[in-house]
Design a protein around this ligand. Sequence first.
Ligand code: GLN
Length: 305
Amino acid sequence: MTDALKTFLTDLDLDIRAQGDWGQVADYIPELGRIDPAQFGIAVALPGGGMVSAGQARQRFSIQSVSKVFSLACVLGRIGEQIWTRVGREPSGQRFDSILALEHENGRPRNPFINAGALVTTDELLTGRAPKETLAEILGFLRAAAEDDDIHIDKAVARSEAATGHRNAALAHYLKSCDNLRNPPEITLGTYVHQCAIEMTCEQLARAGRVIAQLPGAPRMLTPLKARRISALMMMCGHYDGSGDFAFRVGLPAKSGVGGGILLIAPGQASIAIWSPGLDGYGNSRMGSHAAERLAHHMGWSVFG
Ligand code: GLN
């Protein structure tokens, strides 16, 4: 199976490069705005430790909102179900950085994957810990899951987002005004932008995702129930207001980031990381979504049978 998969991924990489319909990079974070959109990598981690990849699968990229999956995993490990008093688990139907629903819903964000919800998750992780220790916890989770210590934060990206992230600052202050932020907004925001600035390769991210896919041979860091719940949230909320379309096209739980990364989970079968930095109108990787659709159909992977 790995030889056939390797051939498929190599052909997919060539096709995508020939198509050249890359989308726009996320220039609202200036440091990400300088990246060439015409890039693509894909890595598939399989049960038992196998890894098949193609394109720029060993190039580091900014994981951005894909980090929200792992901060949620840390919070669930720490306080479990209590997190749901502070954040919901419904799709938002709105942009990732929208403030609209927050006022209607008294400062309880719809889910942990929109920015407002991720700010709350990070704020919860900061309880009793300094930002440095909180970031070490998230990095530690990723390193242990990927079985690779060479995973770091790109400080230039964090600084770049901190300098221009006025929408996130507005969200954090609004949460604070509703009593749903425990720390000073600057502290939660500073921690959040550093978490988003973690860089990984597709191969590292695919390996980290094995703990959610519950692949045989992966480190046992999540109970099956937690992994199922994280996957359910990824399916419903992982692509923001594009989540329905992604589920319709791909049929697998996934989480996107504005760095162009997608973590895709085929429960029990594979953990897949895809990177292409050009985005579609929802802020999701354009060619990454296309590749996810092609791979899922080719392999017959779907949670819908
Ligand atoms: N750091 C980014 C932001 O807050 C993450 C958003 C994303 O990846 N969708 O805007």
